[in-house]
Ligand binder design. Structure first.
Ligand SMILES: Nc1ncnc2c1ncn2[C@@H]1O[C@H](COP(=O)(O)OP(=O)(O)OP(=O)(O)O)[C@@H](O)[C@H]1O
Ligand SMILES: [Mg+2]
Length: 155
């Protein structure tokens, strides 16, 4: 497995604090989602999230472009991480009411499209699980660890 291919910032900037993972900006264009405790379950979920992100991206759903699972260097440690496109913007909890009323509509539409492909979108009602990009005037769905695909999607 490749190591730190995407890492340009020697000290990645933390952009998200989750319960099980942290999200870091590791370069101008890339973010890394890194399990806080890299045990069997969290690493399996990371792989699952990458697989789902790939399907969504390939089917034209608005998600950060998935790049792969790589080891990223933090301080003296190398930690397995899901690397994706970094989105300049704010999550649904961080934006103003005006931005929310517009972006939440796009968010719902994108989720409907993902459900139409056969995904059960557990955990998606959490406003921290979409990013609003004012520059592109679009939203990006993130955080697919809890999603479940119906069997035929995997084929
Ligand atoms: N590709 C990205 N580009 C920019 N910011 C991101 C990206 N991915 C995640 N973030 C930021 O990190 C936050 C946490 O991401 P995510 O929801 O995937 O992690 P999580 O560990 O599942 O968090 P939680 O447990 O809070 O749901 C997001 O709300 C967002 O602010
Ligand atoms: Mg989340």
């Amino acid at each position: 497995m490749e190591i730190t291919k995407f890492q340009e910032y020697p000290l990645p900037e933390k952009v998200g604090n989750g319960k099980e993972s942290n999200v870091f900006r590791i370069s101008n264009n890339h973010a890394a989602k890194t399990p806080i405790i890299p045990h069997e379950i969290t690493l399996k979920n990371l792989e699952k999230e990458f697989e789902i992100a790939k399907i969504l991206f390939d089917k034209g759903i608005s998600v950060p472009k998935p790049e792969g699972i790589f080891f990223i260097k933090y301080d003296i440690h190398f930690l397995k991480s899901f690397i994706m496109e970094y989105i300049e913007g704010k999550n649904g909890f961080e934006i103003s009411n005006e931005e929310y009323s517009y972006s939440a509509r796009l968010w719902r539409e994108e989720l409907e499209r993902a459900r139409g492909l056969g995904f059960i979108t557990y955990d998606s009602s959490h406003a921290g699980n979409f990013i609003w990009s004012p520059k592109k005037e679009k939203i990006y769905l993130i955080d697919f660890e809890m999603w479940e695909p119906m069997r035929e999607i995997w084929k």
